[in-house]
Design a binder for this molecule. Structure first.
Ligand code: ZN
Length: 138
């Protein structure tokens, strides 16, 4: 059902402070930086072959990422599985007895449709389903 690990999301306090580790230390290519209002985050995507690392910086204190950092500190936040037909995948996952946080896909970064599974269904790992806009769907 999933095509690949689309990206791994990492919560950081500051993109500015964290980016040099990735761009200079690890020599990863920065693909872009974007604000995702619906999640209250600013994200930076770095290319790792076919997958990406997504750094998430909270835009304000109410952001889920701000709350995550408050509780657990900076670090790995979620794993995103690349899928087609996200609506069908959500339905299938629920039929399989797992709980979704988002029963409907919402707008993510780079025009993607995203939905999160509830970590209590998945051994406390936060998984995101991520469907890219058609043109990038190679
Ligand atoms: Zn993500």
């Amino acid at each position: 059902m999933a095509k690949k690990i689309d990206h791994i999301g990492i919560a950081v306090k500051s993109l500015e402070a964290s980016l040099p580790l990735y761009t200079e230390g690890l020599k990863l290519n920065l693909l872009g930086i974007e604000e995702v209002e619906s999640e209250g985050v600013k994200v930076a995507f770095l290319k790792v072959g076919e997958s990406k690392i997504e750094l998430l910086e909270p835009l304000h204190g109410e952001s889920p990422i701000a709350k995550f950092i408050e509780k657990k500190g900076e670090g790995i936040h979620h794993i995103a599985l690349g899928v087609d037909n996200i609506e069908d995948r959500i339905k299938q996952i629920k039929e399989n007895g797992l709980e979704m946080i988002n029963n409907e896909p919402k707008q993510g970064a780079a025009g993607a449709k995203v939905a999160f599974l509830h970590p209590k269904s998945t051994g406390r790992v936060l998984y995101e389903l991520c469907e890219k806009p058609q043109k990038e769907n190679k």
